[in-house]
Design a protein around this ligand. Structure first.
Ligand SMILES: Cc1cc2nc3c(=O)[nH]c(=O)nc-3n(C[C@H](O)[C@H](O)[C@H](O)COP(=O)(O)OP(=O)(O)OC[C@H]3O[C@@H](n4cnc5c(N)ncnc54)[C@H](O)[C@@H]3O)c2cc1C
Length: 373
């Protein structure tokens, strides 16, 4: 039996690992458009971009692991079409037959046409090469304009400031991360960046004139799931590839995980598509079992983390900007736990700089009960 994985990113690499670690001994073919073996992206906007960590920390395994574990790694190869009924993937290097297929094609940055049209050097942050480009551009006195105060924009801003750049961030919302975190915690992030010298322009649509004097514009305006293969193959697609609670697409022999998967979450009782590291890893593990004939549900709550300056945070659950937020601890001092409440129940929780909190936060989200402060 042959399992083909399209997309050699974190999810694809993790699925191949899980198959081998759990004794699957059929063929595993891992097809990746990039020249690098699977790697994690968080260091690209944190330790690696800051110059604190070597690139090695990002790789899922050293390159030789794949041959040593009989994983047929095809790098620099793009899958161009999937024929679901013939069970064949066509690629730029030929074709691969499969018994079961995993799609893990991830997401790509949305382009910022305004910046590209002005002719100012414009960068995105998704790949190792992107991170290298930013690292080379950041430095004392460099004028860096960042468009979008989401996770990528804020982490890039922190790295640019650490390198001594002059940093201006434009964001159309009234606060950074407002849509994800709501005003209480989003306000904390605004204060954090202003204290570190970022010129944060909120509630502002960037114009060509704002970009004109920049040495580099970094566009962090979100990503789009790469769904073309799936939709052209006739699979059901709607804001990502639709998968059931077991991560199976509308075709029984095809699964999808990671940034592209719009998952029917059995605990939340609704569909969510999550663009986070933890989801890529843990969905890949469940899908690997199901690809090899298992029958597992994916039930984990979304989890993510960020590091910016001296602030580290972890978040678990699925809150929204309209939920009531209860804070335990010192919001101003940035050592606290926060709980997102909906109809009297905890739906999400995070901590800032309180690293013993993680298990308690997970328990609060699982039970729905607000801990005593
Ligand atoms: C700079 C950065 C920092 C981040 N930091 C955090 C963080 O702190 N915390 C957190 O939770 N999450 C973070 N994330 C998000 C996290 O990295 C993603 O959720 C994760 O990478 C998703 O994994 P994936 O395997 O689904 O997709 P990807 O990592 O995008 O991998 C997909 C791979 O598939 C390949 N591919 C696509 N189409 C084809 C094709 N047709 N044929 C062959 N190959 C193809 C792509 O080239 C790519 O290599 C960060 C992301 C970035 C970019």
């Amino acid at each position: 039996m042959a399992i083909v994985i399209v997309g050699a990113g974190l999810a694809g690499g993790t699925a191949a690992t899980e198959l081998r670690e759990h004794g699957y001994d059929g063929r595993v073919v891992l097809i990746g458009a990039e020249e690098h073996p699977p790697y994690e992206r968080p260091p690209l906007s944190k330790g690696y971009l800051l110059g604190n960590d070597p690139l090695d920390v990002a790789f899922v395994h050293p390159r030789e692991w794949y041959a040593d574990h009989d994983v047929e790694l095809r790098l620099g190869v793009r899958a161009t079409a999937v024929d679901v009924s013939a069970r064949v993937v066509r690629t730029t290097a030929g074709e691969e037959s499969f018994d079961a297929l995993l799609l893990a094609t991830g997401a790509e940055p949305r382009r910022l046409a305004l910046a590209e049209e002005t002719g100012v050097p414009t960068a995105y942050l998704r790949t190792i090469e992107d991170s290298d480009r930013l690292k080379a551009a950041f430095g004392a006195g460099r004028r860096i304009v960042i468009v979008g105060a989401g996770w990528i924009g804020l982490e890039a801003a922190a790295a640019a400031r650490a390198a001594g750049s002059d940093v201006t961030v434009f964001e159309t919302a009234e606060l950074p991360l407002l849509r994800v975190l709501g005003p209480t915690v989003a306000g904390m992030f605004a204060g954090l960046h202003r204290e570190h010298g970022v010129d944060l322009r909120l509630g502002t649509s960037v114009t060509a004139a704002d970009l004109a004097a920049a040495d580099l514009v970094v566009a962090g305006v979100g990503v789009s799931p790469r769904v073309e293969l799936a939709s052209e193959a006739g699979l059901a697609v709607e804001d990502g590839v639709l998968v059931d609670a077991r991560l199976r697409t509308s075709s029984p022999s095809v699964f999808a995980v990671g940034d592209i998967a719009n998952h029917d979450h059995p605990v939340l009782g609704r569909r969510i598509r999550v663009e986070h590291w933890d989801t890529a890893i843990n969905q890949a593990k469940v899908a690997a079992h199901n690809l090899a004939g298992g029958d597992e549900l994916y039930e984990a709550m979304p989890y993510f983390f960020t590091d910016q300056y001296d602030l580290g945070m972890e978040y678990v659950g699925h809150g929204g900007a309209d939920d009531e937020v209860v804070v335990h601890g010192d919001l101003e001092g940035r050592v606290f736990r926060a709980f997102w409440m909906r109809e009297g129940r905890v739906v999400a929780a995070m901590h800032a700089n309180d690293w013993d909190a993680t298990d308690d936060l997970r328990a609060a989200v699982a039970s729905g009960e607000l801990p005593t402060g």
